[in-house]
Design a binder for this molecule. Sequence first.
Ligand code: CMP
Length: 143
Amino acid sequence: MGNKTLAILKPDCVRKNLIGQVITKITEAGFTVKGLKMVRLTEDSAKGFYEIHKDRPFFNDLIKYMTSGPCVPIVLEKENAVEEFRKLIGATDPKKAAEGTIRKLYAENIQENIVHGSDSDENAAKEISHFFSRKNLLDINGF
Ligand code: CMP
């Protein structure tokens, strides 16, 4: 059971000016922010990040959406972080998300769902290095 996960505040979250409110929910739930930046994904970077979904019918729309504006990747720490964070954000489809979850509160639909959370410890490690690699010497918060 790991203690880190990757969150992304997606382009709809940034456009709706909800960065502060969503981070407040996250920290109130006991997560600590260990790394945070604002980036705009290139098409190649988005395709790499979502490689696992490349054969899904929604893939092209997903890439368009995720490259449509800046997003905010965040490294979060808490015991059992992956599972705890997925509970906090709720189901992918906000219509099915539990009351009080971030997606239930703020998300529009199954695609524009405000926030991403890693789905396993293994993917959390990969996703964290996608955004917070030590290779970039300008980063002071590489993992
Ligand atoms: P997330 O689970 O963070 O990562 C995959 C993303 O693909 C998901 O959030 C949604 O943004 C999007 N997605 C997943 N399922 C669908 C779907 N059925 N239709 C459209 N978009 C989807």
